[in-house]
Design a protein around this ligand. Sequence first.
Ligand code: SAM
Length: 236
Amino acid sequence: MNLILLSAEDFVSAHRVVLADRRRDHILSVHRASQGDRLRVGLINGALGSGLVINADAARVELEVQLDQQPPAPLPVTLLLALPRPKMLKRILQTVTAMGVKQLYLLNSYRVDKSFWSSPFLQPEKITEQLLLGLEQARDSILPEVHLRPRFKPFVEDELPALSGHTTKLVAHPGGAHPCPRELLAPTTLAVGPEGGFIDYEIARLEECGFTPVTLGSRILRVETAVPVLLSRLSP
Ligand code: SAM
């Protein structure tokens, strides 16, 4: 936890927060903070700043907070990700959040196992749990928006054209004719397939919508590896 994330409910007055959950445990056992120490804090969907420890005991930690810094710039990439298996989803949610993605669409695809859509990890509070871990890791405070799209065709036909608009549109595909570009400055919409890959029909629909299939080379990477490789390659 490189940042203590605060929510409005933590405030007991304009500049004071009281923490009595896992953040208290972390402050006491990992930071080993005591009265007078300063910690990095951030308001969820707000500014970053510092928290001066006023009191710290086994029951609660009280901080005087000053929120006067901007969170880091977002990554200008909208990610369309074929829904991965639940265990992998948890890790990917943390990773993409830490890397600065702010718009994530979890998408159905022919090779996505139907059972994945009924996973308890898709409950909004479970998703938020992973996003918060990613924000804490990267010292960011702005939660990504996660959208579930359990039907591929209506999403691609009805929603994707407006959503991807004038962005650079890429679909990561090992068989893609073009190498994945580097350090794209323009806003980008990036589609990443499921473990078995997108089927030809899906690649064709995405191409019709203006997406270019791009490759990272002949090595086939797991989704959880391909996603950060692609994002860091596209990062300005
Ligand atoms: N056999 C599948 C195929 O050929 O499409 C492999 C799928 S790969 C495990 C899962 C997803 O990660 C792919 O759909 C693609 O989006 C991305 N990916 C993995 N390795 C890649 C590479 N070398 N180039 C481009 N995308 C890759």
